[in-house]
Design a protein. Structure first.
Length: 309
């Protein structure tokens, strides 16, 4: 009720990725295809990991959690984006907008924490192999995952509460394809300078801290490989390589958008496609193509299904 009397805006208009009708139709096909791959690929990983006896190590437990988060994360923005390619009037209600903002930050932040946990898991596996089973117990892994979700929830709640307190009295056009903090700060009819700094500090601190932990863990891992045999090197790099690829794809664009006060929104939205759509789509490919165990488990699963069918 407190919110209603200050904000006369009941809905926002999303300008989307492009104004060009032809481009929008092509985008509709492309992004629908991407989204189907995201859901199918990540679902396949979740099913494979959870139904294969061989994939019960923490690494795969975290991978299936990451895949689940990826499905949720892209589902916050992709279906609306895809539907909007087909309509002229891309509106979203005030409540829908805030819900989308919450979802994007909730799942995005959870993903950042999970990627960090996965780096820690690789660090323990490679640098402290003798302590691995005692450090990475089922309970410890469960706690890390729960911690990632809780961290994401706290971060997202903070971002959302800060944004809903702003008054919106028009204009209501958002130069983006989903509701995010920066575009909304632009539309608020109040001075948002301090708020912008808080938002950048909040997102930026999380992204940078996790990125620092990730980089440190990989530097330590690579350092510890000095005395390894070529085979040891290869094995370590193949498990870490896929992880590093995902981290770069996800953190690069995220850092670019949340670490600086936003200046160019049209640039921001094309970069956002990377972490909301491209990375969740590539994750299953990156992790499975480079991993013999997952591929083997998928084959077994498939032959079992075909055999039973």
């Amino acid at each position: 009720i407190h919110m209603e009397n200050r904000s006369s805006v009941k809905e926002f208009i999303l300008l989307g990725l492009s104004m060009n009708q032809g481009v929008q139709q092509i985008c509709f096909v492309i992004f629908l295809f991407f989204y189907v791959i995201i859901v199918a690929g990540n679902l396949l990983i979740v099913i494979t990991v959870n139904s294969s006896q061989g994939l019960n190590s923490p690494m795969y437990f975290f991978l299936s959690c990451l895949s689940f988060v990826d499905i949720c994360y892209s589902s916050v923005t992709a279906p609306k984006l895809i539907a909007d390619f087909l309509v002229a009037n891309k509106t979203i209600s005030f409540v829908g907008c805030i819900a989308q903002l919450f979802g994007v930050h909730f799942f995005g932040c959870t993903e950042i924490f999970l990627l960090t946990v996965m780096a820690y898991d690789r660090y323990v596996a490679i640098c402290r192999p003798l302590h691995y089973t005692t450090l990475m117990t089922r309970r410890a892994c469960g706690r890390m995952v729960v911690g990632s979700w809780v961290g994401g929830f706290v971060h997202s709640t903070a971002q959302t509460l800060l944004t809903t307190r702003l008054p919106f009295c028009g204009p209501n056009k958002i130069d983006h394809y989903f509701c995010d903090v920066h575009p909304l700060l632009r539309l608020a009819c109040a001075d948002t300078y301090a708020m912008g700094i808080i938002v950048v500090a909040n997102s930026g601190m999380i992204t940078l801290t996790c990125f620092f932990i990730l980089v440190t863990s990989y530097v330590v891992i690579l350092g510890s490989l000095k005395n390894q045999t070529a085979e040891g090197w290869h094995k370590a790099l193949s498990t870490c390589g896929s992880h590093i690829t995902v981290v770069i794809l996800f953190f690069g664009p995220c850092t670019f958008i949340y670490i600086r006060p936003s200046s160019n929104l049209s640039e921001d939205k094309s970069v956002a496609v990377f972490y909301t759509i491209i990375t969740p789509m590539l994750n299953p490919l990156i992790y499975t193509l480079r991993n013999q165990e997952v591929k083997g488990a998928m084959r077994k699963l498939w032959s079992r299904k075909v055999g039973n069918g």
